[in-house]
Design a protein around this ligand. Sequence first.
Ligand code: CUA
Length: 334
Amino acid sequence: SPGGRLGRLALPVGVLGFLLAACTQEYEYNSLAPAGPVAEKQADLYFLTFWIATGVFVLVEGALLFALFRFRRRSTEDTPKQIHGNTRLEIIWTIIPAVLLAGVAVPTIGTIFDLSGCQDDGVEVEVVGHQWWWEVNYPELQVTTANEIHIPARQPVCITLTSEDVIHSFSVPRLAGKQDMVPGRTIELQLQANEPGVYHGECAEYCGLSHGIMLFQVVADASPDFDAWVEVQRQPAMPPAPGSELETTLQQCLACHAIQGVSEPPPGAPIKGPNLTHVGSRRTIVAGWLENNPRDLARWLRDPPRVKPGSLMPDYNLTDEQIEDLVAYLGSLQ
Ligand code: CUA
């Protein structure tokens, strides 16, 4: 019946629609929508393999279907011709896959060497993984920030990756694929953005309770904007009024967080929390999890482990007034 035929169509059409929904270019973590030369090389490799595999699939399945129909059993007496081996065919179907595999292997190995380590002396950014946030240092520029990596667009950037605790993985699919961050090791990663813009990153290696909310953003600025950003980030912060309630409240924060111009840990001391010197200028808080606005900042300060399970930052039972003061102060750290 027409109704039944329609019903039978609904499932495959639905499944196809569902699968195709994953192909939107808008997806922030889409490694098939590369936005820089490093990610482009990785995507090229993927598409090369994909099209070779597609060709093999179509030919093999086509040959299979042809054989099924052309040589199907037509009557009970129908016995096919019996064959025991065919040397020429066997040589051909050994050589063709070997050639295809070499066709994939040669560019793969070339790309592995091409992308391993940093080649150009671009901007150097040191990223340290922590449970569950990203420490970001620019050793040559004397800038320290967290969870937001500014880079100049259209310039090579060298990211050096390491971890303070467990293995994390630095992943910005549209710019540079992903790379493990291993404690005690420093691994270099090339990264470059073709255009100014915001590129989303995440931790791609399970690293404990709040692995899923260990996010970050790479902000590619036009060259003059990047220089202006660096200039601002180098400025110390304005300390709270001496003797104020805020100054007392802030002492608890300063046990783990550095604020240049207010309190800096002694050199070599372990870094326990994100540097807050210019926290007000960042797009997000809580490692890319919440937008940086007064409402979300207040929600975070009210009960950190509730927002980020396992957070090192405890619930200090701050009063509404203390939270309001902190939100205003942190927001002013532009
Ligand atoms: Cu860090 Cu997962």
